[in-house]
Design a protein around this ligand. Sequence first.
Ligand SMILES: O=C(O)c1ccccc1N[C@@H]1O[C@H](COP(=O)(O)O)[C@@H](O)[C@H]1O
Length: 230
Amino acid sequence: MQRTRIKICGLTRPEDVAAAVAAGADALGFVFYEKSPRFVTAARAATLMAAVPPFVTTVGLFVNATPQEMAAVTHVAPVSQLQFHGDESPEHCAALAQIANRPFLRAFRVRPDTRPVELLEYENQYRAASPLFSGLLLDTFVDAYGGAGKVFDWSLIPKEIAPRVVLSGGLSVQNATDAVVRVRPYAVDISSGVEQQKGIKDAHKIAAFTQAVRAADATPESEFTNERST
Ligand SMILES: O=C(O)c1ccccc1N[C@@H]1O[C@H](COP(=O)(O)O)[C@@H](O)[C@H]1O
C-alpha cells in the first residue's frame, strides 16, 4: 500500500507544530520569506524546531534568498531540507544548497498553459545542476509566489513524474482524497487549507487532512486516472 508523505507548511506557533506532529505529518515547513504572512525568523524557527521529534523532516522555504540570507538562517535554524519557491535558476539553487549543505526541493508553479513536457525538462535541469536536488514540488502559479490556496489542473502532470513529485497548491480537507487517488504523488504539501487564518493553523483541519490522505492511500491502486480529458 502506498504511504503518501505529508508536509504541513507555514508553521508559526508551537501548538501548530504539536498538532502537525500528532496528526502524523512527515515534514513541517517554515517560511523564511519576509513578505509572507507565515514568515518566521531563524530564531523563532529554531525554537519551534526544538519540539520536533526525530524522523520528522524540517523544511525551510525560501523565495529568492541571497547567499548571505541562506547562511544566516541555516546557521541558526536546524532545517533538514530546503524548498526554493521563487525565481531561482538551477545555478542559484545549487549555490544556495551548497552554502547550506542541505538537499533541496524546487517548486514549479504551474500555469494553465504549462505543457507537461516543461515539467520534465525543468526537473532535468535542476537535477543536472546539483546533487543536492531532491525533487520537484508542483504548485499553482500566483503573483504572490505561494500559499494562496489555488489548485492547478492536475492532468498537466506527466504520468512518469507523478510518483516522485510533491503535490501542492490549494489542497484541502475536501480535495485531498481526490488529489491523492488521481495523481498518486510521492507527497502532498498544504498550508492555507489547514488554517483558521493566515499563519494560524487549525488542529482539526490538520487531523482531517491527514486522515483524508490516509483514506486515499487505502484505496486500491487502479490504473493511472489522471489522464488529460482533452
Ligand atoms: O506559505 C506561504 O506563505 C508561501 C509563501 C511564498 C511561497 C510559498 C509559500 N507556501 C507554499 O505554497 C504552496 C501552496 O500553499 P497552499 O496550500 O496553496 O496555501 C505550498 O507548497 C506552501 O509550502
